[in-house]
Ligand binder design. Structure first.
Ligand SMILES: Cc1cc2nc3c(=O)[nH]c(=O)nc-3n(C[C@H](O)[C@H](O)[C@H](O)COP(=O)(O)OP(=O)(O)OC[C@H]3O[C@@H](n4cnc5c(N)ncnc54)[C@H](O)[C@@H]3O)c2cc1C
Length: 341
């Protein structure tokens, strides 16, 4: 059986791994250069930083077991241990409070998209390949249009793991007569800002959720296990990298053009919270994410399974909006494909 997977985020790469374990021939098509999708890591000339998904909270027993197995293989580490909440506003200073949670927390070693390469090691990997159309040829199988050209190779099954709006468009253009579920999505954005500091700050703090600020999360990115050490190029002293994620509302207001403003807000917010001078910030890097998420009150859709045609779709949107839900989608998709063989 030949399977084509569209999208090499966590869902697509993990699915490739599950199918590979059943000796299924997998080709994976990714429009970007790198793998990982929204779990991506940026290498700048002054250090490495995870600018998308930053930690992996695990709630359900099955996912905790899965992450436990990856831990035993040194592919993930349990981190962070020291999570805090800040109720501080711009006017009123407040001490950090300990964040209480029944979840377990992990990060991938030694960057958030590292496992994607491992999971796809036996797949035929095609990066820089945007799939703009798919079509079903009766009695033959699926054909994909990649970078504007119909590929010669035909597949028995095709799995769309792109976000729902992109997957939905591909299904609609495929001209198969099928009724698609009404799955209401809205677009939002998030500015993710990496800041390199010339000194170690906030000892004993790994991550802070900010409740009353323009920043929603601050994470000591270079404090994650097995990250490369960073140094101040001028003094040779050990430095560190934090990543600030601005709130969706503020990011929407700033838009893609608001990079300078986003960097300045993140810099000011971090320096105020940790009482460090602005000049401690040596370097910054900003990434603007724009993504669809289920509308408020919209129940997760589950995976789409058109076994009759060998067409499947799923992603984090099938079960939520996190890496845990991407794992659940990959598992459900693999079961549907294997059972429908
Ligand atoms: C700023 C930010 C912070 C986050 N923080 C966390 C966190 O801390 N913890 C957590 O658990 N989750 C977090 N998330 C959510 C998490 O990143 C996602 O749930 C998860 O990565 C989704 O994986 P996926 O494979 O389903 O989708 P994606 O990562 O979106 O992967 C889909 C892939 O499909 C590719 N693609 C799309 N269309 C096409 C096409 N036509 N042809 C070829 N390829 C295509 C895309 O390039 C992409 O690589 C965060 C997300 C963002 C944006």
């Amino acid at each position: 059986m030949k399977v084509a997977i569209v999208g090499a985020g966590i869902t697509g790469c993990l699915l490739a791994n599950f199918l590979d374990l059943k000796s299924i021939d997998v080709s994976i098509f990714e429009k970007s250069r790198g793998f990982g999708g929204r779990a991506s890591t940026k290498q700048t000339d002054w250090g490495q930083c995870d600018l998308g998904a930053t930690i992996v909270p695990a709630q359900q027993a099955g996912f905790m077991n899965f992450m436990g197995t990856l831990c035993a293989q040194d592919r993930v580490s349990q981190w962070p241990k020291n999570i805090f909440v800040s109720q501080q506003t711009t006017d009123i200073k407040q001490p950090l409070e300990i964040f209480v949670s029944d979840k377990e927390y992990y990060v991938f070693n030694s960057k958030m998209n590292a496992a994607c390469r491992y999971w796809t090691k036996n797949a035929k990997v095609q990066s820089n390949n945007l799939i703009s159309q798919i079509r079903y040829i009766v009695g033959k199988g699926w054909q994909l249009k990649s970078n504007g050209v119909w590929q010669e190779k035909l597949f028995d099954k095709v799995v769309l793991t792109a976000p729902w709006p992109q997957s939905q468009a591909l299904i609609e253009q495929s001209e198969l007569s099928m009724k698609l579920p009404d799955f209401s999505q809205s677009w939002t954005s998030c500015w993710s800002i990496a800041l390199k500091l010339d000194q170690l700050v906030a000892s004993g703090v790994d991550l802070v959720y900010l409740k009353e600020q323009s920043i929603r999360t601050l994470v000591r990115d270079s404090g994650k296990p097995l990250r490369p050490q960073t140094f101040d190029a001028d003094t040779g002293r050990k430095s560190e990298i934090w990543v600030a994620q601005l709130t969706n509302k503020l990011s929407d207001d700033l838009g893609k053009e608001g990079k300078d403003k986003a960097i300045s807000i993140a810099t000011k917010g971090l320096c105020e919270l940790f009482d460090v001078p602005i000049k401690s910030v040596l370097n910054t890097y900003g990434h603007y994410w724009r993504y669809a998420r289920p509308r408020e009150g919209q129940k997760p859709l589950g995976i789409l399974n058109q076994q009759k045609y060998g067409l499947y779709a799923g992603g984090d949107w099938s079960f939520g909006a996190t890496i845990e839900s991407a794992h659940e989608a990959a598992l459900s998709l693999s079961q549907a494909i294997i059972m429908g063989e």
